[in-house]
Design a protein around this ligand. Structure first.
Ligand SMILES: Cc1cc2nc3c(=O)[nH]c(=O)nc-3n(C[C@H](O)[C@H](O)[C@H](O)COP(=O)(O)OP(=O)(O)OC[C@H]3O[C@@H](n4cnc5c(N)ncnc54)[C@H](O)[C@@H]3O)c2cc1C
Length: 371
């Protein structure tokens, strides 16, 4: 006997969980929501592998708007949480004048190279000599306790009646006359709306459902926490190269580093390649005085994006009741609450919150099937 629901969300990362939280928090909608996750734990894939930094000046204008709204919504939610989700941590962009100028927008101000070195003395003369001699600073950027944020959404969703099934990989999706029939693990669910929040597997889920794909491609990105002889002070900014060749920041127990690579991948449980980290460490030890030593832990996640780099959010234009919530790329946390609010508004038809309503420019920019 199949379970019935109004909405079935496929994917238990930040996208699926924040939507479940937004949908079930709206008492007016009174929706029955089921969230299914293939893995035995929630947020097993990309959502547990981020750099945990939210940067209002990062990304195209529509992403920056979503980030501002997300920060506002998280700050409201924080009032009911036992600890802060967000903590101030500026973002320092370094590079050639040309590269920094091309990337500095929104909340980022241009600062002199001397000021940049004062903020992070480890990027001294060697980086300057290698052509990293211009800088921009976003003082509105924050660190994010992603575990707390994910858990907040999970508990709010469950308190609102969402049923969460883990270890329930969706293996079949079929359009019936008025609903979808979804096979997830040993369970069958009938629902009017299927939400595709499957991260790197989003296009695969579309194929399984007989729905046209959106050209979503997963790209590898690796990060590691290492020992460092001269790690930056706890209140120093995250530092990123404007040519996308590295970033680093202080972490609780060491230094977080990333080669900031964007290498196409199949959807998979991505794993770090030791040679990528070895060459990054050797390069950073040449460019800085960080004195990076042993790798304490490393991980790789998949950042999935559409050809234009914007998330894909909205009902599929051809397949009735099939809703896309994918392609968040490197912005999945910083846009999460605003995208969930937008998606919930489109699904319930209530259109509350900034940027909601199918005709709104943000909704139009993210729409599935946009050309
Ligand atoms: C190294 C790195 C650093 C990053 N840093 C930041 C950062 O600082 N700030 C930021 O905002 N973003 C950052 N990101 C991006 C961010 O982590 C992602 O955008 C976000 O986690 C994507 O969330 P998601 O829910 O879409 O995907 P996922 O977390 O991958 O969740 C998708 C889920 O769907 C499940 N699934 C797939 N297929 C099925 C199926 N058939 N049945 C059931 N379940 C299925 C998967 O198991 C998975 O759990 C970073 C990413 C990486 C890799």
């Amino acid at each position: 006997m199949a379970e019935t629901a109004d909405v079935i969300i496929v994917g238990g990362g930040i996208a699926g969980l924040s939507l479940a939280s937004a949908l079930t928090a709206d008492d007016r909608a009174k929706l029955r929501v089921i969230l299914v996750e293939a893995e035995h734990s929630l947020a097993y894939h990309t959502s547990s592998r981020s750099a945990r930094q939210l940067i209002p000046s990062y990304g195209p204008e529509v992403v920056q708007r979503l980030t501002d709204r997300t920060l506002r919504l998280i700050r409201e939610a924080e009032q009911d949480l036992p600890a802060p989700v967000l903590t101030p941590r500026s973002f320092l962009l370094v590079g050639s004048e040309e590269n920094v100028a091309a990337r500095a927008s929104g909340a980022m101000e241009r600062i002199s190279w001397d000021d940049a070195v004062r903020l992070c003395p480890q990027i001294g003369p060697a980086a300057g000599a290698a052509g990293y001699d211009a800088a921009g600073l976003d003082t509105t950027a924050v660190g994010c306790n992603t575990d707390l944020l994910l858990d907040h959404h999970r508990s709010r969703a469950e308190a609102g009646g969402t049923q969460i099934l883990t270890g329930a990989r969706v293996h079949s999706v079929q359009r019936l006359r008025t609903a979808w029939e979804v096979g997830a693990g040993a369970q069958a669910v009938h629902a009017a709306v299927v939400v595709n929040a499957a991260g790197a597997w989003a296009d695969e889920l579309a194929v399984l459902s007989g729905v046209a794909t959106q050209g979503l491609r997963p790209y590898r990105r690796t990060a590691a926490v290492t020992a460092a002889g001269r790690a930056p002070a706890p209140d120093s900014p995250m530092v990123a190269a404007a040519d996308d060749s590295f970033y680093f920041r202080r972490d609780d127990d060491g230094l977080l580093i990333s080669p900031a690579e964007s290498v196409p991948s199949v959807p998979e449980d991505a794993q770090p390649r030791p040679e990528d980290l070895e060459s990054l460490i050797s390069r950073l030890n040449g460019l800085t005085t960080l004195d990076i030593g042993t790798v304490l832990r490393a991980w790789t996640g998949l950042r999935t994006q559409a050809a234009d780099g914007l998330p894909v959010v909205g009902f599929d234009p051809e397949a009735e009741g099939f809703f896309w919530l994918a392609g968040q790329g490197g912005y999945g946390f910083q846009t999460s609450s605003a995208i969930a609010e937008l998606a919930a508004g489109l699904i319930t038809g209530t259109g509350t919150g900034a940027g909601n309503g199918a005709g709104h420019p943000v909704a139009a920019a993210l729409a599935a099937g946009r050309s």
